[in-house]
Design a protein around this ligand. Structure first.
Ligand SMILES: *[C@@H]1O[C@H](CO)[C@@H](O)[C@H](O)[C@H]1NC(C)=O
Ligand SMILES: *[C@@H]1O[C@H](CO)[C@@H](O)[C@H](O)[C@H]1NC(C)=O
Ligand SMILES: *[C@@H]1O[C@H](CO)[C@@H](O)[C@H](O)[C@H]1NC(C)=O
Ligand SMILES: *[C@@H]1O[C@H](CO)[C@@H](O)[C@H](O)[C@H]1NC(C)=O
Ligand SMILES: *[C@@H]1O[C@H](CO)[C@@H](O)[C@H](O)[C@H]1NC(C)=O
Ligand SMILES: *[C@@H]1O[C@H](CO)[C@@H](O)[C@H](O)[C@H]1NC(C)=O
Ligand SMILES: *[C@@H]1O[C@H](CO)[C@@H](O)[C@H](O)[C@H]1NC(C)=O
Ligand SMILES: *[C@@H]1O[C@H](CO)[C@@H](O)[C@H](O)[C@H]1NC(C)=O
Length: 323
């Protein structure tokens, strides 16, 4: 006989297992790159959004950098990040070299988060649409609406009321994100607001507003997919000053990082951060400072800020007419 009975072994096994560190546990802080370049409509809430994410970065043991410089989309720069956050991008925000580096990043286990108008950029780039889950079509005017939490088991929704009253743009999409395997977690309650339409695409039901993909569908055959999270909410400065909304976004980002497919969580991963302490470059950016891009804005700034000055009450993903 052995010195210990099976019965005893079974009793002590679970506590023993729980103290063995998982190989997937976070080994260093996560680095995240926010990309907020715009070529069409520009949201004036972009600086507020970046500030809000930065202010809350320590809660998810992460460090955010941000840029609007498309030349930062190269293998060397992207490989340092555990996730890319596309924030309110519109139009053709990457050149061919940038798209190639982005695709390679996704194929290497990189994680993706899209926020609000991120579904309205790179409109002809199939892998981007798949990685985001769906392209934006149009939205009715900004108004109050009820958002139904249809899955509260996700870290981006678990803190929300079942019927969440928001003032935001209720986006319509050109396809149903469920068609590429996404799980929809927030839905627009269509009887709680007015949408003059017309609807030209089938986005499925209930009306998708936020979703996640365990394996982002933008990955190529043979690639190693990380996670993808998208929320259609976040138009106003007020959204980014609201604790529930920030918790929704930070929950989505944190969930994406937990794919364990990047270096902060997986020492053998191909992309992500492996430094133990925050880099001097970014720790010099005080969380309460005003919007200071980590990289040069020289390539994008003139166009971006000119766009910002244009009056543009609504925007639409339709090729024309633009309103
Ligand atoms: C990532 O690792 C954590 C433990 O560190 C684990 O709880 C989680 O389930 C893992 N996620 C995936 C997608 O494997
Ligand atoms: C939103 O905040 C930004 C600064 O973060 C400011 O420039 C902009 O005017 C604000 N928008 C509105 C509508 O108040
Ligand atoms: C996207 O495709 C449409 C339709 O083929 C075309 O008219 C448009 O010029 C393309 N846009 C870009 C940025 O390639
Ligand atoms: C990507 O999207 C296109 C068009 O929406 C679709 O036909 C294709 O099957 C998708 N590919 C993957 C890998 O999901
Ligand atoms: C819309 O919601 C905001 C808060 O989100 C509230 O302050 C405002 O009174 C609401 N407006 C209407 C017309 O209900
Ligand atoms: C949807 O909105 C309508 C109108 O505000 C409300 O009566 C109804 O209870 C809402 N339903 C759900 C499931 O949130
Ligand atoms: C974000 O940071 C602010 C300021 O420190 C804090 O009040 C708020 O609770 C944080 N929100 C989340 C979701 O952590
Ligand atoms: C960690 O990364 C390696 C190399 O990409 C991969 O084979 C392994 O499955 C990853 N672990 C997890 C938990 O995803």
């Amino acid at each position: 006989m052995y010195g210990i009975s099976w019965r005893k072994l079974i009793a002590i096994l679970p506590p023993l297992l729980s103290i063995i560190p998982s190989i997937a546990q976070q080994t260093s802080f996560a680095r995240i790159l926010i990309y907020s370049a715009t070529r069409d409509f520009r949201h004036d809430s972009i600086p507020t959004a970046i500030q809000a994410m930065r202010t809350n970065q320590s809660a998810i043991n992460a460090q955010f950098d941000n840029t609007e410089d498309q030349t930062q989309f190269n293998d060397q720069v992207l490989a340092q990040y555990d996730a890319l956050v596309f924030l309110d991008n519109t139009g053709e925000v990457l050149d061919e070299a940038g798209k190639t580096a982005f695709q390679k990043y996704l194929d290497s286990g990189g994680n993706f988060v899209g926020i609000h108008a991120a579904s309205d950029c790179l409109r002809n780039t199939t892998f981007y649409g798949n990685e985001t889950g769906a392209f934006f079509d149009y939205h009715p005017p900004l108004q109050n609406a009820t958002v139904d939490v249809i899955d509260n088991s996700h870290p981006s929704t678990s803190m929300l009321p079942a019927q969440w009253h928001v003032q935001d743009e209720m986006y319509n999409f050109k396809s149903d994100p469920r068609a590429i395997g996404a799980t929809v977690i927030l839905a627009a309650n269509e009887s709680s607001y007015t949408d003059p339409g017309p609807r030209r695409f089938n986005q499925g039901s209930p009306h998708p507003l936020a979703w996640y993909q365990e394996h982002g569908a933008g990955v190529e055959n043979g690639g190693y997919a990380g996670r993808s999270f998208y929320t259609g909410l976040g138009h106003l400065n007020e959204s980014w000053q609201n604790d529930l909304f920030i918790a929704h976004v930070m929950g989505g980002i944190s969930w994406a990082l937990q794919s364990n497919t990047t270096r902060a969580f997986n020492a053998s991963a191909q992309v992500g951060n492996s430094q133990i302490s925050p880099s001097s470059q970014s720790s010099s950016v005080s969380p309460s400072s005003t919007y200071v891009p980590s990289y040069s804005l020289s390539h994008a700034s003139s166009e971006s800020f000119r766009m910002a000055d244009l009056p543009h009450p609504l925007h639409t993903g339709r090729p024309s007419p633009r309103v």
